[in-house]
Design a protein around this ligand. Sequence first.
Ligand SMILES: Nc1nc2c(ncn2[C@@H]2O[C@H](COP(=O)(O)OP(=O)(O)OP(=O)(O)O)[C@@H](O)[C@H]2O)c(=O)[nH]1
Ligand SMILES: [Mg+2]
Length: 262
Amino acid sequence: MPTTPENQKPSTENSATVLPTDDATAVDPKPLMQWLRRAEFMTSAPKLSLCPPDTGFEIAFAGRSNAGKSSAINAITAQRQLARASKTPGRTQMINFFTLQNTDQRLVDLPGYGYAAVPEAMKLVWQKELEKYLIQRKSLAGLVLLMDIRHPLKHFDQMMLQWAKSRNLFVHVLLTKADKLNRGPANTVLLDVKKQLNADGLDFSIQLFSAMRRQGLEDLAIVMADRLHFGRMPEVSPEDVTVETVADHKPNMMKDYRLDEM
Ligand SMILES: Nc1nc2c(ncn2[C@@H]2O[C@H](COP(=O)(O)OP(=O)(O)OP(=O)(O)O)[C@@H](O)[C@H]2O)c(=O)[nH]1
Ligand SMILES: [Mg+2]
């Protein structure tokens, strides 16, 4: 977990909110959902120095391996295979970028943390690159932190949340796979986790989410639109996007990097 604050983030207005709220429902989510549908794969970077230019705004999806990060990106963009999701933990490797028509508005799919079966050497490399990304990336406008509703607030999650707080980094928490519980128990977990966050001084917003049932998409879209300055940036058509991998991308055929190339 990163510990050295190098680039101070602007102060955030973490709302300590359980979504949906009256405010959230006042926003019309339809144009936001349409905007998110236009997401395109941009590039995969095995290390920070190979990430796209550090301009504009991006939201990174973080969480333990298998929490549902890639599935959440696919659900929110209504594209089945934009990000690689899999039953096999450790599926997402590298830092994967998706643009929302404007290359200065990006979603980022991060590799999961805490996956024990990854070889130690690889874990160390990854941890280092993830830390560097989280610490140094100036365009990082916030994290969507995903936790399986059946296993919330594990050690790494707590570390990540405390670290984000120490950096004044915006966080929105998703309790994923909410379909695995009935509505009553799911709401109980939601309130329990919320209480725990408050007790730990973590004023982050939180909601239930299910990629499978497409639950919670609109609330998430509202949060993302705000962080990524939806409607406040010019649109850039796909022809104007010059990152070469956009044209090359085929779902599930992302470039493979070897560790010794990193
Ligand atoms: N029941 C249910 N399963 C889900 C949901 N979201 C994801 N899954 C499943 O959970 C598994 C992991 O999903 P991923 O989206 O690949 O998880 P990830 O966090 O990207 O995993 P890594 O890339 O390994 O870090 C897959 O088998 C998904 O089908 C959900 O909302 N409900
Ligand atoms: Mg993934």
